[in-house]
Design a protein around this ligand. Structure first.
Ligand SMILES: *[C@@H]1O[C@H](CO)[C@@H](O)[C@H](O)[C@H]1NC(C)=O
Ligand SMILES: *[C@@H]1O[C@H](CO)[C@@H](O)[C@H](O)[C@H]1NC(C)=O
Ligand SMILES: *[C@@H]1O[C@H](CO)[C@@H](O)[C@H](O)[C@H]1NC(C)=O
Ligand SMILES: *[C@@H]1O[C@H](CO)[C@@H](O)[C@H](O)[C@H]1NC(C)=O
Length: 473
């Protein structure tokens, strides 16, 4: 939209350009559209554990501000995936997510006694906004645990396993089918509210026992359940639902679980892992899509800085974390833990905090946004290389090519040349994010051969968007 002014803003050979050139050699970035990698599903976050409830309590103005920051492509990060928690708790005390069947119906074969409060711990509201106001298409429904009465320890918290998977026998019987039916019912409640759940997970951090909803599982035990879940979904005409597994605490743990799940890999859709005990720095050994479904600086004191000293909560750190996961770990999606939170906790576990009703985004949100807004669902990562900067590139469904450049050194002029797929850049735009600028438009020009020239300021992330002549956008 700012195209015409941007295009001519930077003319190589002007005093400014030559001043820059004399300080540092030009970095050449080459983008090869003929070399293709993973297809992206997007970037996202969660309002689970009643974070949605606390946001819903704000005034309408503050609610809108929060939702805009999360999902709007003009006013916010333009996140494209929402991860919801499927409740397993008997009540909503503290931050419990209440179950759709809080009480044992009388055994695994008994007639189910589901209840629906049309709130789902506030998440139906966030989902409705995400989907119908902002056009989000990917809803990941993820259970942290089965309800307690389906588990070996009789509690939805404190670990325990699903009764009926290998090595987990219970006097109450085998609950695998009942748990599969329960998850199907949850999806049906959402469908009745006109929200299509697209991805379903039945485990969260199965390698960890905690005092909140948690359920242990090995890969073999997860496979036992998937053998029941997939046909149950299919029988209910939910063939398009993609099963995600297993949201392990550490990324590398997912490899161990996958090793025990080869027999059900064809029933699975996405291999999912978190970035706590190990981060997403290498590929999982699977042909399935991989998603990094939870990361956060959950202990660090709140910061909204882009860059100060490379701390774990800073925006530039997250821009780099995402870069590594996308380029080295082959992820098709990257999700931060909590989106917005209005609860007393002064850590970086969320992207946006609300204090005394004041909505405050961090630069972590904008780091997510600088990826999410430009790398849209369906974009295919393509070859990109450059010296002295970290770079990646994607071809979007609309034909535009987005090139990310992260520069942790001093200001660097760059050129971008593309090859492959018959792509010739005819228009170029660039946006910079650093300590003082908030995705400000900066100069980028393109010559008759399609070569793009621009500059990447010190300690910044710049996204170039290249469009072919025919796209007309
Ligand atoms: C359901 O959602 C779709 C968009 O996803 C919308 O076009 C349609 O009007 C909605 N239907 C109802 C009954 O709200
Ligand atoms: C699934 O769809 C078929 C064909 O539309 C229909 O006959 C059947 O009743 C549906 N089954 C369920 C469980 O909704
Ligand atoms: C990357 O992920 C895709 C699925 O999205 C898979 O087909 C491909 O084999 C993976 N590549 C590597 C190197 O693991
Ligand atoms: C990029 O980050 C800056 C803050 O550093 C933010 O103001 C800007 O809106 C972000 N851009 C996008 C597209 O999210």
């Amino acid at each position: 939209m700012l195209l015409s002014t941007v295009l001519l803003g930077f003319v190589p050979g002007t005093a400014l350009a030559s001043a820059i050139d004399s300080r540092q050699a030009t970095g050449s970035i080459t983008v090869n559209l003929a070399q293709t990698y993973q297809t992206m599903d997007g970037f996202g976050t969660s309002e689970a554990f009643q974070r949605a409830v606390t946001i819903k309590r704000l005034s309408e103005t503050e609610q809108r501000k929060t939702l805009d920051l999360l999902f709007s492509r003009d006013k916010g990060a333009g996140l494209s995936i929402l991860r919801n928690g499927i409740g397993s708790s008997p009540d909503m005390s503290d931050d419990h997510m209440v179950s759709i069947q809080p009480k044992n119906p009388g055994g695994p074969a008994a007639e189910p006694k589901y209840t629906w409060d049309s709130s789902d711990n506030g998440q139906l509201w966030v989902s409705t906004e995400a989907v119908h106001t902002y056009g989000v298409r990917t809803i990941y429904a993820n259970a942290w645990s089965a309800p307690g009465y389906m588990k070996t320890n009789g509690n939805d918290a404190n670990g325990g396993s699903l009764c009926g998977v290998s090595g987990a026998t219970c006097s109450s019987g085998d609950w695998k089918q009942a748990y599969a039916n329960y998850l199907v019912q949850y999806i049906k409640y959402y469908a009745a509210a006109n929200i299509s759940v697209t991805h379903l997970g039945f485990l969260n951090e199965p390698d960890l026992t905690t005092s909140y909803a948690s359920m242990r599982s090995s890969g073999a035990q997860a496979a036992d359940f998937i053998k029941i879940l997939r046909p149950t979904l299919d029988k209910n005409n939910l063939t398009s639902i993609i099963i995600n597994c297993c949201d392990t605490m550490g990324w590398s743990v997912m490899n161990t679980m996958l090793g025990q799940m080869r027999s059900v890999e064809s029933m699975l859709g996405t291999a999912t892992g978190h970035s706590y005990t190990s981060t997403a720095t290498s590929t999982l050994s699977t042909k399935l899509k991989s998603w990094m479904t939870e990361a956060g600086d959950n202990e660090g004191a709140w910061t909204s800085a882009w860059y100060s000293n490379g701390g774990a909560g800073e925006g530039m750190t997250w821009a780099n974390n995402i870069y590594t996961a996308v380029t080295s770990a082959n992820v098709s999606a990257y999700l931060y833990w909590i989106g917005a939170q209005d609860r007393s906790s002064n850590t970086n576990s969320k992207l946006i905090r609300v204090v005394n009703k004041a909505v405050e985004p961090s630069k972590r949100l904008w780091a997510m946004g600088n990826w999410s807004r430009f790398v849209r669902p369906g974009a295919v990562r393509v070859g990109a290389s450059g010296s002295g900067v970290r770079t990646s590139a994607f071809r979007n469904v609309d034909g535009a090519v987005a090139v990310q450049v992260i520069n942790s050194g001093s200001e660097k002029p760059v050129t971008i040349t593309t090859s492959g797929a018959g792509f010739v850049a005819a228009k170029a735009e660039a946006w910079v994010t650093d300590n003082t600028r908030d995705c400000n438009s900066i100069a980028a020009s393109v010559d008759a051969s399609g070569k793009v020239t621009g500059s990447v300021p010190a300690r910044s992330m710049v996204t170039f968007v290249l469009r072919p002549a025919a796209a007309g956008k």
